[in-house]
Design a protein around this ligand. Sequence first.
Ligand code: C2E
Ligand code: MG
Ligand code: MG
Ligand code: MG
Length: 294
Amino acid sequence: TSEVRSAMYTPCLREVAVERSRTADELRAALAGTPGAGELLVHYQPYVLLSDPSTVAGFEALVRWQHPERGLVSPADFVPVAEEVGLIRPIGLRVLEQAAARSAAWHGLDRSRPWTTSVNLSPQQLLDVDLVRRVREVLDRTGLPAELLTLELTETAMMLDLDGAARRLQTLRDLGVRIALDDFGTGSSSLSYLHQLPVDVVKLDQAFISRLGQDATALALVRAVLDIASALGLTTIAEGVETPSQLRMLTELGCDKAQGYLLSRPVPADVAQELLVGTRALGGVGAFTSGAVG
Ligand code: C2E
Ligand code: MG
Ligand code: MG
Ligand code: MG
């Protein structure tokens, strides 16, 4: 039977491996700018202050891969491969460059409005001893004030090398860069660690927010996280806000910011700029402001 089993499993595993190595080759070509290999793009999803929900406060930069055959590929389908084959550092650096350059240009449109930009870092980027130097170089090259850049990391990333991560993140904070704890409420996220991590912002995961209004436990958990975060002086942002009632509850609970499809999906840079300058309205806000919250 062991022969039968291996006959059944081996081709399947091999297919997965072949597919991954093809994806890795194609990603490498895209990074190198090989003609026809497609392009790594950055889309931008706005977030708002709940005290002023019709105005963009800033954007999260989210990578996409414009693939010649597969179309627009989501990061869920290639970031794990990039991490596995050691391509996430160059890809992450590319995203940081692009997002910082765009953000600096937006800053130039109106210096009185401190629009911020958030960029996701993979655990491997946090382990990179050159991270601080690379971030500083990007800020210098693009002219983006450090205060307008937030770097998003998961707790898992910080736990891999707690001392090294803490040191690197603190150096970045000393430059003025903000650090956000992404996907809080998933995996091993723990309230008891919150005060030990060198972070400025807590992003409540969508899994929390989607259950708001459906069960009392979710409401209690969100309230607890928001209360502790505010006691620690952290800024709070809710991810994955999809309904006006979630937005209303988060406002009542004292959450600082919100991000989600209710306001806007991630959009290309030109559309993001229209949202920023107000020539295009955020979605759902009409329903929200004409509703119960005054
Ligand atoms: P994340 O950092 O937690 O980003 C939020 C994800 O939630 C984005 O998915 C966004 O499109 C999605 N989202 C936002 N609002 C809503 C909503 O209301 N409903 C639903 N259903 N989804 C919403 P996306 O762009 O597919 O990115 C997925 C993940 O890929 C990100 O999760 C992040 O972990 C990773 N990622 C994206 N860009 C980068 C990058 O440049 N570098 C690295 N290392 N990871 C990235
Ligand atoms: Mg994020
Ligand atoms: Mg997140
Ligand atoms: Mg997430």
